[in-house]
Design a protein around this ligand. Sequence first.
Ligand SMILES: [Zn+2]
Length: 696
Amino acid sequence: MKKIVCSLLLSFWAVVSMAQLQNNQSKFEPVFDFRATPTRSASGMPGEAYWQNRADYVLNVELDTEKHQIKGAFKITYTNNSPDNLPFLWLQLDQNKFKADSRGTLVQSIEGSRNRSDATEGYIIENLKAAGKPVKFVVDDSRMQIRLDAPLKSKGGKIDIEGSYSFTIPEYGADRTGRIKMEKGWIYNIAQWFPRMCVYDDIKGWNVEPYLGSGEFYLEYGNIEYKVTAPASVVVLGSGALQNPAECWTAEQLKRWEQARNSDKTVDIIAENEVGTPASRPAGKSKITWHYKIENTRDAAFGASEAFIVDAARINLPSGKKILAISGYTKESVDRNAKGGGWERSTEYTKAAIEHYSKMWYEFPYPTAVNIAGNIGGMEYPGLSFCSYRSKGAGLWGVTDHEFGHNWFPMIVGNNERLYPWMDEGFNTFINIYSTREFNNGEFNERDFDNLRQFAMIFTNPRREAISTYPDVVQDRNLGITAYYKPGIGLYLLREYILGPERFDFAFRSYIKTWAFKHPQPFDFFNFMNNAAGEELAWFWKAWFYGNGTIDFEITHVAPFRDDFKNGAVVVIKNNGDVMPLVLEVTEEDGKKTRMNLPVEIWQKTNIKSIRTPTTKKVIKAEIDPDKKLPDIAGDNDVWTPEIGAKRKSDEENKQKQVNEEKRRQEEREKMIDELLNKAQQPAEEETGKKKKRKK
Ligand SMILES: [Zn+2]
């Protein structure tokens, strides 16, 4: 026993390790000081007393294509499941963001931001009633408070809020709503188009963060039933199921819809050459009311145009259920000659995306998936996406796949997008990797996510910000990294490198199922994954999601263990950044390769770790992360060979020589200065000496 201790103490490697006296507990401690509550369990599941309020909407509006206005009536049935009586309610008036003096207008960058907008008058709201009686309300920017005569009772109290309203549709509405004139007519992309309840939750009560532009939405679930009356020439395609198809389509078109329901190939409902022809719309009507309904949803949107080409195909869901993929676009978006084609493939993409995500993660819950072209780059709503009419080929696949991927985050799993966009944009970016790999045998799989070193610039940019930065706070240029790429790559690392697909998929699917149609917080996600995967991942959440560090490992030395490679080799690895588990590969002189999986715990005590390899011959190469899966910012020091080792040694010696030389020169300089000072002092001392003498 004693002998072992002595030899360990004397070992060079032990000395190297002991040179580092600090431990790394802070890197392994949880991000949040989380305590379970009755509403949120420590395991990341909703607690036994979890509650959520509910908002059901009935909307009846007219789309005025002369004035570009929406005008009509709304009725909200709000259910208060919270344990609190509510004396007032808060609603979101998103259209007020477009007013010239709104907070959103004033905070957006004056140029360059995709979330800018044209100025409108915002919402005009009249005849507001609560429980059937006129009620006092206050509008402040993009929020409205309704002051109730009597508090809305806790645990199931219901109230109807109703009123009439109108607004002018901005041409460009923060890249989430808008309208654009095409050759054969306007396309309308209508969203944030009715007063919506703010979420009242167990975290902060009313979530009243204003709509500034960058931060998206946080919404309650419920059913939305809506009627849109438009000129008969206009086709309205919306979230959910059309309740009155016989009034909206011709007999021929109804036949085609039936065909589409039974076809995996895209079927034309209104073909390009039929757009604008009298036969393409039901005869004898000046206006048509389109009646839609979508259930268990946090929102609804619709597209409308008299210039729409419409096509559709069947979507096959894992349960055996069949639903419809539908596209509405204009002739400007058809491009059969482009590489990958134009919007004539939109329905094919929509179908593929919904089928992939349903199979992989959770079954799509809505009756239709509608892709609408317009002047919005890409924006998601439940069962409906707006994508740029200019997109084609890989770009159109990418944006369609991404926007429909949002049906899983945040439409099914309803996180607070305004504060935590990484829980929807980031998770969606992650699931997009696999659908793009799968689609048509990788037709558009242009980016190799297995080579994460291509993203090193994300981690070395001196102006980078952490994932946890709020979207209305983060620099415009960094939002793509903080909300999309870094969290997306984070989950990719977690699945492919840290946990493996078996453990990750179980945990992530369980997270989606557990929080479907609910409101998880970031700590719920972290706690859930730790529990379901069976791994305390605090070190990862902390560094990757709440930190701004980098990954940089290096091999500093390789030597025989106890002076003989027969005993194995010692590989010394230094960690210059965040902690990670590592794969170490050593090659012996006969070419034999051995891989070791080094757990993240090797970094708990130290930043310099000596590993003894199970080898018996001379090691001629050692490499960490041989598959280059880690976004290590300095890949050149991950490999060791005797030549590299010798060069590093001589580099180090040269560096040491330089240091010594500089030290010697400095000492010389100091010596000279001392001498000069001494000389300068001597006469002074002599002088003082004389004076002293004289005085004496
Ligand atoms: Zn997105």
